[in-house]
Design a protein around this ligand. Structure first.
Ligand code: ZN
Length: 223
């Protein structure tokens, strides 16, 4: 599966999001990643539907919304309506995940499921046919700049094997402190979508387009 780079818009210049979305697309990223937080599932706040809607016209690449919220069944639809092409919900936030995943697809978007670092991937084997992407959090969710958790490499490997055994072609995304140092480990373990934030894409030392090239080279060099 071809590796893809996603730009974490939480790490772009918050005062210039419209040009930030455009710049990420021009720099060559494959999708834009928006972290949505409700102050409950994680102690922080993130993007709102009206912001996604306002930014939608700025870049002609998929918009991926990562819902770090409680009760995602209450909120997933409004993000699809706002223009999300992919809506990712957390396994830990759902009491009954099937209707939520099915509802996202029925609304016309792709459905993703995210796992916080200490969540076992075991339940995935029951829901993979309803999932278009699995997102493994490689830091504790909620804030940019978190510490990379090396234990997540074996989890990515486990999930990749599970997907391989299922015969489905579900991409594995990694989110949190993803950069040229961590990508080779994760790519070899089977990850193929890399969310670049403050350490990978939005760096002070290089231009965005160069950072995209470095992340892509790290992903492609590892496989
Ligand atoms: Zn995210």
């Amino acid at each position: 599966m071809r590796s893809r780079i996603a730009a974490s818009m939480m790490c772009a210049d918050a005062g210039n999001l419209l040009s930030g979305a455009r710049a990420a697309a021009v720099a060559g990223v494959d999708l834009l990643h928006f972290d949505v937080m409700d102050g409950r599932f994680v102690p922080n706040f993130g993007f709102a539907p009206w912001m996604i809607k306002a930014l939608k016209g700025a870049a002609d690449i998929p918009f991926e919304v990562h819902l770090m919220v409680e009760d995602p069944e209450r909120h997933a639809g409004v993000f699809v309506d706002a223009g999300a092409d992919i809506v990712i919900i957390h396994l830990e936030a759902c009491r009954n995940i099937y209707p939520v995943l099915k509802g996202i697809r029925r609304a016309g978007a792709q459905a993703g499921v995210a796992l916080s670092p200490a969540t076992s991937p075991e339940p995935l084997k029951y829901i993979l046919p309803y999932v278009d992407v699995v997102t493994i959090m490689t830091v504790s969710p909620g804030f940019a700049g978190g510490e990379f958790l090396p234990e997540m490499v074996s989890k990515v490997e486990e999930v990749s094997k599970m997907i391989g055994a299922s015969g489905l072609a579900v991409p594995v995304e990694v989110d949190g402190n993803i950069n040229a140092r961590t990508i080779p480990l994760l790519a070899r373990a089977g990850a193929n979508v890399f969310v670049g934030g403050s350490s990978g894409l939005y760096r002070k030392d290089v231009e965005l387009s160069q950072a995209v090239r470095e992340m892509r080279a790290a992903a492609e060099g590892a496989c």
